[in-house]
Write a protein that binds this ligand. Structure first.
Ligand SMILES: Nc1ncnc2c1ncn2[C@@H]1O[C@H](COP(=O)(O)OP(=O)(O)OP(=O)(O)O)[C@@H](O)[C@H]1O
Ligand SMILES: [Mg+2]
Length: 267
C-alpha cells in the first residue's frame, strides 16, 4: 500500500469504535502514501462509514490513533479553530451532496467561501482559483451561477468534490459518493476522480458497496467484515484471486453489469 520509506499521508492504527456493547470497528489499521488510492469495501453495516468518520475526525475513536504526516488528529471535542487547521489534512465527500450544500448559496460562492476560509486567496486570485476548480470538475459558468436545487445529482456531487479538493487535502475520503447516481453519471464522476487523482498527490479512500467500479479508481483494496479488515491487497489481484472466503462471496454477490477484472484496467 504505502511505499516503504515514504512518509504516510494517513496512518490509522488500532482503530476501535464501540456503541455500548456493540463493536462497530475493531483493530482497523490503514496506511496511505501520498497519491495512494484505497477502496474500502464490505457489506452494509461492516463498519466502513464508522471508520471513515474516525479518520475525518467526525467521530472519536474508542481506541486507536489517526495521524497525518505523523501529526495526531485532534478529537471531536477539540476547539473548532484547532480542528479547522486540519481541513488541509482530510476532507470527506458523502453520498448526498445536497445535504452538505447551503441551498441559498450559489455554486461559485460556495467554492469561493471554502477557499477564502482555508487559503490566503482574495479578490481576483480567489475568483481565478474558483473558476479553475469549476473547470476542473466540469461545471459550466451557468451552473456556477446556479443554486444547488437547479443542479442534477451528478452536478451537485461535482460541487461537493470541488469544495473538498479546494483545500488540497492530504486525504480525500469519499463515502458512497457515486452510489446515488445513474450508471452513466457514475462513470463521469469516476473519470473525474481519476483525473483529479492524477493531478495531485492527495490520497484517496474510496468507500463503496460497488465492486464493479473500484478497479477503475483504486490501486489497492481493503475488505471489511464485521468491523475488521479481513483482506487487503492490489485491487486486481484481490478481485481475481480473493484469499478470504468472505471476499469471494462478496464478489459473487455483485450484480455483474458486464464487468470482469481485467489486467491493466486500474487507474
Ligand atoms: N451512532 C451509532 N450508534 C449505534 N450504532 C451505530 C452508530 N453508528 C453506526 N452504528 C452501527 O455500527 C455498524 C457499522 O455501521 P457503518 O455505518 O460504519 O456501516 P457501513 O459499512 O458504512 O454500512 P453501509 O454500507 O450500510 O453504509 C452498524 O451495525 C451500525 O448499525
Ligand atoms: Mg456507510
Amino acid at each position: 500500500m504505502a511505499d516503504a520509506g515514504a512518509p504516510a499521508a494517513l496512518e490509522a492504527a488500532g482503530l476501535r469504535k464501540t456503541y455500548g456493547d456493540f463493536v462497530a470497528v475493531e483493530d482497523v489499521g490503514l496506511s496511505l502514501a501520498p497519491g495512494a488510492s484505497l477502496a474500502l469495501v464490505g457489506e452494509s453495516g461492516s463498519g466502513k462509514t464508522t471508520t471513515a468518520r474516525m479518520i475525518a475526525g467526525l467521530e472519536a475513536p474508542t481506541a486507536g490513533t489517526v495521524r497525518f504526516d505523523g501529526r495526531v488528529l485532534p478529537g471531536r471535542r477539540a476547539r473548532t479553530a484547532v480542528r479547522g487547521s486540519f481541513a488541509g489534512d482530510v476532507q470527506m465527500v458523502f453520498q448526498d451532496p445536497y445535504a452538505s450544500l447551503d441551498r441559498h448559496q450559489r455554486v461559485a460562492d460556495s467554492i469561493s467561501e471554502v477557499l477564502a476560509h482555508h487559503t490566503d486567496l482574495r479578490g481576483s486570485a480567489l475568483a481565478r482559483r474558483t473558476a479553475e476548480l469549476l473547470d476542473q470538475v466540469g461545471l459550466t459558468a451557468g451552473q456556477a451561477r446556479s443554486l444547488p436545487r437547479a443542479l442534477s445529482g451528478g452536478q451537485r456531487q461535482r460541487v461537493a468534490i470541488a469544495r473538498a479538493v479546494a483545500v488540497r487535502p492530504r486525504v480525500l475520503v469519499l463515502d458512497e459518493a457515486v452510489a446515488a447516481l445513474d450508471v452513466s453519471v457514475q462513470a463521469q464522476i469516476v473519470t473525474l476522480l481519476r483525473e483529479l487523482r492524477e493531478q495531485s498527490d492527495t490520497a484517496y479512500l474510496f468507500i463503496t458497496h460497488d465492486l464493479g467500479i473500484v478497479q477503475h479508481i483504486c490501486e489497492d483494496i481493503a475488505v471489511m467484515h464485521r468491523g475488521r479488515i479481513i483482506e487487503r491487497g492490489r485491487t486486481l489481484s484481490v478481485l481475481e484471486r480473493p484469499g478470504a472466503a468472505y471476499t469471494r462471496k462478496l464478489i459473487d454477490s455483485v450484480p455483474r453489469r458486464g464487468w470482469t477484472p481485467k489486467r491493466g484496467a486500474t487507474a
